[in-house]
Design a protein around this ligand. Structure first.
Ligand code: MF3
Ligand code: CO
Ligand code: CO
Length: 269
């Protein structure tokens, strides 16, 4: 009998089965639950190492595994990226200050399935310009997800995100992208957050991948610090990011990493 088992497209993208959505849903839900539960700890005076310690405990308590501990030598259960840090901020003894904007990115493994999500938090009082950046970045991700359906292309996703971010006079980071995931962490395709409509691989039911745009208030260029992980904006402008893991369905996308408490956006809207 012919089945989808193990089918990979010519672009190297795995097509998963209907039954696999449940595994991704469980992994995504745990990652999102952890991001819900950590919100109360993102306050001025808190260290990012302590936040990471609590996340490590939450993963453990759930009987799950952190995908990032031991990944290419990374030693933490989360990436915590403050202000002009674009992504892959390493938890440290540094204390959060009033007005910091913070991305926390968690990837867990549940029964072999990967759930990867990140969102923005605010320590203390949010500035107007940071609020705008966070809103635009959130909405850019959602505009990407809106066009994630069979027959559209990966270029359509990138295009939707880029057009929106640039219409708000913000820029899209080019140096990092989303990725396929499922029973592996990072797999094809590279999901670009910019691009031309109609280009790239065609989306099919059963594809699992992340969309995780990083949007800057200034220019898009980044550099990686001497620790080999921390990516920052070259012009020191503020950067924000939101990430969902999704699966393509017959007529759209299922978001595996929906916040159980509806707290994905920091204003809880
Ligand atoms: N969660 C990140 C992503 O969205 C990857 C982090 S890898 C790490 O793909 F090693 F930096 F944790
Ligand atoms: Co990711
Ligand atoms: Co992530």
């Amino acid at each position: 009998m012919q089945t989808n088992q193990g089918r990979v497209t010519k672009d190297g993208i795995r097509i998963y089965e209907q039954a696999d959505f449940a595994g991704m849903h469980a992994a995504g839900r745990l990652a999102a639950q952890i991001l819900d539960d950590i919100a109360a700890h993102v306050v001025p005076g808190q260290s990012t190492a302590e936040i990471d310690r609590i996340i490590t405990q939450m993963v453990d308590d759930a009987g799950a595994t952190s995908a990032t501990i031991g990944y290419k030598g990374y030693q933490h259960a989360s990436c915590i990226s403050i202000n002009h840090v674009v992504c892959h901020g390493i938890p440290s003894d540094k204390l959060l200050k009033d007005g910091d904007i913070v991305n926390i990115d968690v990837t867990v493994i549940v029964d072999g399935w990967f759930g990867d999500t990140s969102r923005m938090y605010v320590a203390g009082k949010l500035s107007r310009k940071a609020e705008r950046l966070i809103q635009v970045t959130h909405d850019a991700l959602m505009k990407g997800i809106e066009v994630a359906k069979p027959g559209n292309t990966f270029g359509d996703i990138g295009h939707a995100i880029q057009v929106y971010a640039e219409s708000q006079r913000m820029s899209v980071v080019r140096d990092f992208c989303g990725h396929g995931l499922g029973r592996v962490f990072h797999s094809p395709p590279n999901v670009l957050h910019y691009g031309r409509a109609g280009t790239g691989a065609v989306l099919e039911e059963g594809m699992f991948f992340t969309i995780e745009p990083m949007i800057n208030l200034g220019r898009p260029e980044t550099k990686v610090l001497a620790d080999d992980w921390t990516a920052v904006t070259r012009d020191k402008s503020l950067s924000a990011q939101f990430e969902h893991s999704i699966g393509i369905t017959a007529n759209g996308a299922e978001i595996f990493t929906m916040s159980p408490a509806g707290k994905f956006h920091p204003t809880y809207g």
